[in-house]
Design a protein around this ligand. Structure first.
Ligand code: ADP
Length: 496
């Protein structure tokens, strides 16, 4: 019961059932109430006609016998007869001259109080004179008879006077109100019970299994491929659950296969790049020896220098490939050691500074006194050396200064590396952190590089749950941002 109302499917279902049931119940209640009222009105009219039919004679005789001689006796008999139909609110006896010789509304006291106003109008007199009963309908409600004129004939057959009955429909009106109240209450009670019963059974049979399937499918979509749906409903929902389980199994297997493949690929790259290292070193050393000691024509000298440049490029690529596979493999938490980001940045600046001597670009740093974080010192240094090195690499001499700032930002430390170099085209920015990506604009400077540096930097950031992003405009320089959690926040969030 507890989760009947907590899913949108359940809410929609309950809403639809309630509306449908309400409409159906309202229509049936309306039909029942209307026919009930019609029947009550008909009964009342029929009873009044029968009453007039049966009581006119005894009432007339009672009048003839006692009215003038023994009023108390008359009153007693009259009252008893009147009790037989409570919907007759008044009876008059009108003689054929149009005079009201008796009116029940004056019965009650010890004497009969006759009023002055006791002559009826022409229409009433016409009804009085009729030898047959006359029924007067309610002008607003044709099925109601409000008055009955019933002629009284003496035993000798003379039409001495006519009894006029006034019929009250107050009982019908009261009935209408009580029937409507009862119907409304029944409707509400029935609606509540029906909605509850239908909701509980539909929830148990359909909605609950569907929400189990949808919850599990959601978990699987979040990457929890090991989860399985356990339901036995013997219907389409069970088939859906089975298909979802099958999909999860296939996904799980595919991911295992992919991981295995990725591992093999990393191993292959690692071995290939490692195997390249030694021959490349030899090649570099040999060419250097030749250039230092040999005597060559200009063309041969140019070719040997070209070999050195390309050997350097190959060496850089193989180093970067080895770094990428090493970092991709390393996801254990034991790499997170306490370290000071300020120190890492100082060392990185120094390292880039050494290779800067030939350039006229200045490095300007504004660092915090200390910025304790948890991480792998060498990897984080590799990240900053790469970014600062890029800032220098993609600045020309006239571009002046590369700025490095370390600031505190909430529960993180933010490093900014700002250059005024060639900048990056807006549409290149989303691709910068992909493997082997080198913006075409940078080719203008013909800089050395593998296109793996920013990919590596992003890997290192991800490994430390940090972030890296860039703001840049072509020709206006670039701002690289790197954010790492402070030591305590990192420990509380990621070290269990
Ligand atoms: P590499 O420097 O080896 O080419 P990276 O992954 O470090 O590879 O950088 C990828 C590309 O991003 C560079 O080739 C260059 O086009 C662009 N880039 C990186 N840093 C900057 C920068 N500070 N200014 C302009 N372009 C940059």
């Amino acid at each position: 019961m507890k989760n009947i109302f907590n899913s949108s499917l359940q809410k929609k279902f309950i809403l639809i059932v309630t509306i449908l049931l309400f409409v159906v119940l309202l229509i049936s209640a309306y039909v029942t109430v209307v026919s009930n009222i019609k029947q009550t009105r008909k009964n009342l009219t029929e009873e009044a006609i029968s009453f007039a039919n049966l009581s006119t004679k005894p009432l007339g005789q009672n009048y003839d016998l006692y009215f003038n001689s023994g009023y108390f006796k008359f009153r007693e008999v009259f009252t008893e007869i009147l009790k037989l139909n409570l919907n007759i609110k008044e009876i008059q006896f009108i003689d054929v001259s149009g005079k009201i010789i008796f009116d029940s509304k004056y019965v009650g006291g010890s004497n009969y109080q006759e009023t002055e106003d006791n002559i009826v109008d022409k229409t009433t007199l016409d009804h009085v004179l009729s030898d047959k009963p006359v029924y007067i309908n309610n002008p607003n409600q044709s099925s109601e008879i409000t008055e009955i004129y019933y002629p009284y004939f003496t035993d000798w057959g003379s039409h001495a006077y006519t009894a006029r009955y006034f019929i009250s429909y107050d009982q019908v009106r009261q009935n209408i109100i009580s029937i409507i109240t009862q119907a409304a209450m029944l409707l509400i009670i029935f609606l509540i019970i029906a909605v509850l019963l239908i909701s509980v059974s539909v929830n148990k049979l359909i909605l609950s299994p569907i929400s189990i399937v949808s919850e599990m499918a959601h978990k699987i979509s979040e990457g929890k491929y090991g989860r399985r749906i356990q339901i036995k409903t013997n219907d389409e929902i069970e088939v859906l659950a089975e298909s979802t389980n099958k999909m999860a199994r296939t996904l799980e297997q595919n991911i295992i296969d992919l991981k295995e493949l990725d591992k093999l690929k990393d191993e292959f790259i690692d071995i290939a790049a490692g195997s390249l290292k030694v021959p490349l070193n030899h090649l570099k050393f040999d060419v250097k020896y030749l250039l230092d000691n040999g005597k060559f024509e200009t063309k041969e000298h140019e070719l040997l220098t070209d070999i050195t440049v390309n050997t350097n490029k190959l060496q850089l690529l193989s180093d970067d490939l080895i770094d990428v596979t090493a970092i991709s493999k390393d996801s254990t938490s034991n790499i997170f050691m306490p370290l000071d980001l300020t120190e890492v940045l100082k060392e990185s600046i120094n390292e880039v500074g050494i290779s800067l001597k030939s350039k006229k670009i200045k490095l300007k740093a504004s660092l915090l006194k200390t910025a304790p974080i948890l991480g792998d010192y060498q990897k984080i240094k590799m990240l900053f050396v790469n970014i600062i090195d890029n800032a220098v690499k993609f600045s020309t001499e006239k571009d002046g200064t590369v700025e490095i700032n370390l600031i505190e930002k909430g529960n993180s430390y933010l490093t900014e590396v700002i250059d005024q170099g060639i900048g990056i085209d807006e549409k290149e920015i989303p691709k910068l952190f992909q493997k082997f990506y080198r913006a075409p604009s940078s080719a203008v400077l013909n800089k050395e590089g593998s296109g793996l540096g920013l990919y590596l930097s992003k890997l290192i950031c991800d490994l430390h749950h940090g972030s890296i992003w860039v703001e840049s405009k072509k020709g206006e320089g670039s701002k690289f941002y790197v954010s790492f959690f402070k030591k305590d926040t990192f420990r509380q969030t990621y070290i269990k």
